[in-house]
Design a protein around this ligand. Structure first.
Ligand SMILES: [Zn+2]
Length: 83
């Protein structure tokens, strides 16, 4: 399978698992252990379409209370001007 990184043109990728932050209309879902292919040179991450679709589905299910949360965290929000 010959692929080229869209950003740096490198052709070497490694399979890894990352934490993915899905954001939609100001709502967030953090998903741990998401499989992806990472460019070995620039670190750009590539996901399979079905992986992203599953995350999208879970996001909708969770925010419409069709799926139970595994864990919820509090995230501080700051305004840059006040840092
Ligand atoms: Zn790259």
């Amino acid at each position: 399978m010959e692929r080229v990184c869209n950003f740096c043109g490198n052709i070497n990728f490694r399979s890894t698992y990352i934490q993915y932050i899905y954001r939609h209309n100001g709502q967030f879902l953090i998903v741990d252990n998401v499989p992806c292919e990472e460019c070995e040179y620039c670190g750009e991450q590539y996901f399979k379409a079905e992986v992203l679709k599953k995350i999208e589905r879970d996001f909708v299910d969770i925010y419409s209370n069709r799926k139970k949360l595994k864990k919820q965290i509090k995230v501080p929000v700051e305004e840059f001007a006040t840092l």
